[in-house]
Design a protein around this ligand. Structure first.
Ligand code: ADP
Ligand code: MG
Length: 684
């Protein structure tokens, strides 16, 4: 027996090359390898029939390679092709499938005529030929049909690839490690379910007797994982509730004056959120609230109302935005609405400091800025409220860092990323939530269209028409400069062309590499309507608000993420005009087309977020949110809502029994540190 916690290198079971491959994938111990759960299973007691037409879902086939060859097309391009014939047990049927691999020069060393194989993939019909491109495949051996085989005649685990290890070998390694590991050393961090020992669950999840058993075991690991997160969240929440803040929001004179000046009514959702905020601010316990609302739902005015309540009680309020462009824009909006009622607003970004007391005629009451706010101790005499805009662009640690300075201020976090509910409970589980589920009235409808192979002259004509009608347009590109590796037109190149095409209309260019003053000037000219069209990269993704801009042409749309495209599209349709969002793409990648079609069909941020999660998986989606949750291995976010609830109750229960988490603090420490929080026992 070995200890599952020992270094893999010290085990005689594995070759050095294998240990190295596993280490490169991040697995250093047997326990870590075994935590790499199967991504799916194949029931190899019964294979699918060879289809005689394209299949909507992947099929799992067993057969023999009867022919294979390298094919070339054009310069350097080529693919490898293998024809697999129905032949379970040597009885040849008539089914035939062609498997193709593109750009995989070494594949011919693996696949050869005469081999028995299992292939898995979606079958398509290419002029009568049935083809699977890039199938997952596995070569069978003669002894695989014997009784104890882990590769055939049973439910077989399929893992996400580990570079340098064949699927088959990985499965063997899992089997070996399970057999050889001393069960107590397979125990996990949290004993979530005493009735289901972890060692047993590991066996069941890797080599299940039935799919039901596999699923039950997987849920057990997901629960364990959720429990870790929820305990962390419950801990943060309980710490927060122990803190004392200030009672704010009793005076509402300024808020009243602000309402009087507004040319429109707030939406019911805005009013409801403001009421919830007032109630929080009046408590002695500091507010810790999330304001969640899709792009264009009017979060800024809710923030303004909250900040007015704070300064009416005599303290300062700060608004932190993720980009300088956005901070500048908020600054202008705030001055526009608040200076008439006598509020002193200052701007503080890394590049500019407008916290000029002389100019303001007194100390700043509201300070708008970027994360530069975090590092300036001189700004705040008495900070009562912090609003963090577009939270998903900040790390959780940054949030904690601003909150930790000095007296505990009220905190309002705003996000436009409509994340599925399960995710909200994980990432923001320690916050109370207000939801802006309603858009201000009088918004123009946005028409979204995916176009493949569109003619430039048509696109130009369309944009020109719109500009001549008085509208403005965004022309968005994924890159600033031409890249050597990608044949994608950059914003800088495109800018030159668009200037000619759209003449005499003025065209601007904005991207992240401009100096801050330059960006500010470009945005000013666009906002004031001098510039008719703006060639831009994703720097305009968050928050930019120019209601007269109603056209967006997205070039190489396949290169953007779904959530990002939704955010970008949120820049138009903010005024009363009908909006047009055109997604230009080459149409070559079917997955990208599927992604873009989602936008054609939906303008609902939550629906889009769920589609994003489904298409990309939580790792990627969470990764871009810098949430520190991208390492989650077991959880299936869309399916596991009930489990998450269970984990949350469990965590609350544990915390109630053991408020300082003495029992498990050691295990928890890495989790808490990851969020920039302190060791619970140190402050207890
Ligand atoms: P978000 O930050 O949620 O994307 P904003 O706060 O930038 O949205 O608001 C989007 C646009 O809607 C702005 O032009 C704003 O002036 C306008 N707006 C906000 N609330 C209302 C309202 N209640 N009625 C009409 N227009 C509104
Ligand atoms: Mg906003």
């Amino acid at each position: 027996m070995i200890s599952a916690r020992d270094d893999l290198g010290s085990l005689p079971l594995l070759a050095a090359k294998e240990v190295a491959a596993l280490a490169a994938a991040g697995f250093l111990t047997a326990l870590e390898v075994l935590d790499h759960l199967p991504k799916r299973y194949e029931d190899r007691r019964r294979f699918d029939r060879f289809p005689n037409q394209a299949t909507p879902a992947a099929v799992c086939l067993r057969g023999m390679v009867i022919d294979s060859s390298k094919r070339h097309f054009g310069r350097g391009g080529g693919f490898y092709e293998a024809i697999v014939m129905d032949g379970a047990g040597g009885v040849f049927g008539s089914g035939k499938i062609t498997c193709r691999w593109f750009n995989m020069p070494f594949i011919h060393k693996l696949v050869a005529t005469g081999q028995q194989v299992v292939v898995y993939g979606k079958v398509k019909d290419n002029n009568g030929r049935l083809i699977i491109d890039h199938p997952e495949f596995e070569i069978l051996r003669e002894d695989d049909e014997e009784n104890e085989s882990i590769h055939l005649e049973r439910i077989v685990p399929i893992y996400r690839n580990v570079a340098g290890l064949a699927q088959r070998r990985l499965r063997e390694i899992m089997h070996l490690l399970l057999l050889q590991s001393d069960p107590p050393t397979l125990a996990g961090t949290f004993a979530v379910d005493p009735d289901s020992p972890r060692a047993g669950a590991l066996k069941e999840v890797h080599f299940p007797a039935s799919l039901e058993q596999a699923n039950a075991a997987r849920r057990r690991f997901a629960l364990e994982e959720f429990f870790g997160i929820q305990l962390n969240v419950a801990w943060r929440r309980s710490r927060h509730q122990e803190q004392t803040g200030r009672v704010l929001g009793k005076r509402t004179a300024m808020l009243g004056a602000f309402y009087q000046n507004l040319p429109f009514d707030l939406t019911e959702a805005q009013k409801r959120s403001i009421r919830e905020i007032i109630a929080d601010m009046r408590e002695r316990r500091p507010m810790n609230r999330l304001l969640q609302g899709d792009v264009g739902s009017g979060k800024t005015f809710v923030a303004m109302a909250a900040m007015l309540l704070a300064i009416d009680s005599g303290c300062q309020a700060a608004l932190m935005a993720p980009t300088q462009i956005l901070a500048e824009q908020h600054y202008l909006t705030f001055r526009r609405w608040l200076e008439p009622i006598g509020v002193r607003v200052a701007l503080r970004t890394g590049n500019r400091d407008e916290a000029n007391h002389l100019e303001l005629g007194g100390e700043a009451q509201m300070i708008i800025g970027t994360h530069a706010l975090l590092y300036d101790d001189t700004l705040f005499r008495d900070l009562g409220l912090v609003v963090i805009d577009e939270q998903h662009k900040f790390g959780v640690a940054q949030r904690a860092s601003l909150i930790r300075r000095g007296v505990v201020p009220d905190v309002l976090v705003m996000t436009a990323t409509p994340i599925p509910r399960t995710l909200t409970m994980t990432i923001y589980g320690d916050l109370d939530v207000s939801l802006l589920d309603e858009k201000p009235p009088g918004r123009g409808k946005i028409i979204t269209a995916v176009r493949t192979g569109a003619k430039q002259s048509d696109v130009t004509r369309f944009v020109k028409e719109q500009l001549s009608g008085g509208r403005q347009a965004y022309l968005v590109y994924p890159l600033v400069e031409e890249s050597e590796t990608l044949k994608v037109e950059s914003a800088t190149e495109a800018f030159k062309k668009w200037r000619k095409r759209l003449s005499p209309h003025e065209v601007g260019l904005i991207h992240g590499k401009l100096r801050p003053e330059e960006k500010e000037e470009v945005m000013r000219r666009f906002r004031e309507g001098h510039t008719a069209a703006l060639v831009a990269t994703t720097v305009i993704e968050v928050g930019v608000d120019v209601p007269n801009a109603s056209v967006m042409i997205l070039h190489h749309a396949e290169r953007f993420g779904l959530a990002q495209l939704h955010q970008l599209r949120g820049r138009i349709g903010r005024g009363g005009h009908k909006g047009y969002c055109v997604l230009l793409t080459d149409g070559k990648n079917p997955e990208a087309m599927e992604k873009l079609k989602v936008l054609e069909q939906s303008s609902d941020g939550f629906e889009i977020a769920e589609a994003d999660l489904r298409l990309r998986g939580p790792g990627d989606v969470l990764g871009t949110m810098q949430s520190g949750l991208s390492d989650l291995r077991f959880v299936e976010f869309l399916a596991d809502t009930a489990l998450l609830r269970e984990a949350r109750e469990l965590a609350d229960h544990v915390l109630a029994e053991d408020p300082h988490l003495d029992g498990i603090h050691r295990a928890l420490r890495p989790l808490l540190q990851q969020d920039g929080m302190t060791d619970p026992t140190a402050s207890a």
